[in-house]
Design a protein around this ligand. Structure first.
Ligand SMILES: *Cc1c(COP(=O)(O)O)cnc(C)c1O
Length: 350
């Protein structure tokens, strides 16, 4: 199978890491791996002097951790709801009884930043919960503008960058981002199973709440000081993470990776235009291309699997998404688009 979902294609030697010898985690050697991962994650996110908690959990685990430890200590939130991941922030606040107001954004539209500014001036939330890239629609929100609004009103900025990490420019310190969330199978393009919370140095003395045993920041940070996790980590995934971060840094860092992802996205978008597939995102992120096919949408997902391709169905009828992380050549993208076009134009005799 060729993968245009998360994760996308992973280099064979990177995948092989998972088949190697399993390290024991309570050793100084494993502590060194954890500390190296933390250092490199903070460097790539430009979060000087901050901390990186790496959980054995999917991305939602890190979101949950942020809400129980941070948002609940701060007391209230405003949520940007641009799709299913924005709804998840709101559901988490409701689940943990944290007062939260929200701004709904239409499918694949950008925010009205002036309206948001007024809303926040009035509701005065302690925290803004948002997404850099709303993966369900392909829409990228403007972090600079969100950051300016937060600064103007003294609101703490929390960003879910699960899918935008390393495919969009990011500078946590310059943007004043207090907390950032990402996970292994998206921006980092390794196997699913690790989720990451990056905490700005501004929070080094913050009194986090204690409402989640497994995800407790204070307990995790205490262990992290010596390069350990309180509970059994997914050791093989830490080895992949270590190697991924090393490779990223050795091949030009975040900037070079962003350019690689953006280049693939540009190529595939030209193919969408050629075949007449509407791309709804107002300011599309590099990470995925979302598009509407014109015919045979009900068959496309399974027919693509039969041809050896995983692409993502969207929640909206006839809407599909192709991710641009991982290795993909122009020729592969040409063949992918040609396969979609062929299915779209086949007469299945209904
Ligand atoms: C994938 C994703 C998540 C986390 O989803 P999991 O299924 O828990 O890994 C969170 N936010 C965004 C924007 C995502 O794309």
């Amino acid at each position: 199978m060729e993968s245009y979902v998360f994760p996308c294609e992973i280099e064979p030697d990177m995948r092989q890491i998972a088949a190697g010898e399993i390290p024991y985690m309570r050793t100084s050697e494993f502590s060194d791996i954890v500390k190296e991962c933390e250092r490199n994650l903070l460097a790539l996110a430009k979060c000087q002097g901050g901390r990186a908690i790496i959980y054995t959990a999917s991305g939602t685990g890190a979101m949950d951790a942020v809400v129980t430890n941070y948002v609940s200590a701060k007391g209230s939130a405003h949520v940007i709801v641009g799709g299913s991941f924005g709804r998840r922030w709101r559901e988490l606040c409701r689940y943990y009884d944290i007062p939260a107001t929200s701004t709904e954004v239409e499918f694949a539209r950008d925010l009205d930043y002036d309206a948001l500014d007024s809303t926040i001036a009035e509701s005065k939330p302690a925290v803004l919960l948002c997404h850099h890239h709303e993966t369900s629609t392909g829409q990228r929100f403007d972090l600079q503008k969100l950051s300016a609004i937060c600064r103007r009103h003294g609101v703490s900025l929390v960003v879910d960058a699960v899918s935008s990490f390393l495919s969009e420019p990011l500078d946590m310190d310059a943007c004043g981002i207090d907390v950032l969330v990402t996970s292994s199978q998206k921006g980092l393009n390794i196997q699913p199973g690790l989720s990451i919370v990056l905490l700005s140095a501004h929070l080094n003395d913050f009194e986090f709440a204690h409402r989640s045993y497994y995800f407790d920041f204070a307990e995790n940070l205490r262990n992290l000081t010596r390069g350990q996790t309180p509970y059994s980590p997914a050791t093989m995934l830490f080895l992949q993470l270590q190697e991924r971060l090393r490779r990223l840094i050795a091949t030009g860092g975040a900037e070079a990776n962003i350019e690689r992802v953006a280049r693939r996205a540009r190529h595939f978008r030209e193919l969408c235009d050629k075949y007449g597939w509407e791309r709804p995102a107002e300011t599309p992120a590099n990470c995925i291309t979302g598009f509407f096919v014109r015919r045979n949408a009900d068959r496309l997902f399974r027919e693509m699997i039969a041809r050896g391709y995983f692409i993502m169905p969207g929640g909206t009828p006839a809407y599909f998404r192709v991710a641009h992380l991982g290795e993909q050549t122009d020729a592969q993208l040409d063949a992918l688009a040609a396969a979609i076009h062929e299915i779209e134009t086949t007469d299945y005799g209904k």
